[in-house]
Write a protein that binds this ligand. Structure first.
Ligand SMILES: Nc1ncnc2c1ncn2[C@@H]1O[C@H](COP(=O)(O)OP(=O)(O)OP(=O)(O)O)[C@@H](O)[C@H]1O
Ligand SMILES: [Mg+2]
Length: 149
């Protein structure tokens, strides 16, 4: 089992897409193990997007991510990191395949409604950045025996 960090960005919240996005993860058999709704501080935004510091879109990215509440979560499942990146689709919605979240719901790279960790190391780093250990819940889903052999 693998855990990944997922965030519905301010535009996803404002466009009332939370329900539709969560439905996709639930229907895929993925398990939510942590979730919180928060307004991202400047400090958290800068830490989260540290890797993009100095790039031309950095300032607008920080402004975007701190512009309104986001839904942050940790999702668990077999191969969850890669699986969710595939479900999210390409960074630029114009290049994202139909059927992916970005391919179905967005238009512009600067308003791509969702974030998901891109690798094992970043997933671990982001989970620790956004959540305390006691905010992540270990529990069993009743349908696990029907989802996994
Ligand atoms: N050229 C760009 N112009 C505007 N915004 C951009 C551009 N490139 C990236 N971004 C923004 O920065 C975010 C982080 O870029 P990154 O390259 O990590 O893409 P990603 O991993 O697909 O997205 P995320 O990290 O948000 O899941 C993108 O999701 C997008 O919101
Ligand atoms: Mg990224």
């Amino acid at each position: 089992m693998e855990r990944t960090f997922v965030m519905i960005k301010p535009d996803g919240v404002q466009r009332r897409l939370i329900g539709k996005i969560l439905q996709r993860f639930e229907e895929a058999g993925l398990k939510i193990v942590a979730m919180k709704f928060l307004k991202v501080t400047q400090e958290l935004a800068e830490k989260h997007y540290e890797i993009h510091k100095g790039k031309p879109f950095y300032e607008s990215l920080i402004k975007y991510i701190t512009s309104g509440p986001v839904l942050a979560m940790v999702i668990e499942g077999q191969n969850a990191i890669e699986r969710i990146r595939k479900m999210v689709g390409a960074t630029d919605p114009q290049k994202a395949m139909p059927g992916t979240i970005r391919g179905d719901f967005c238009q512009h790279i600067g308003r791509n409604i969702i974030h998901a960790s891109d690798a094992k190391e970043t997933a671990e780093k982001e989970i620790n950045l956004w959540f305390n250990k006691d905010e992540i819940i270990d529990y069993k889903m009743d349908d696990e025996k029907w989802l996994y052999e």
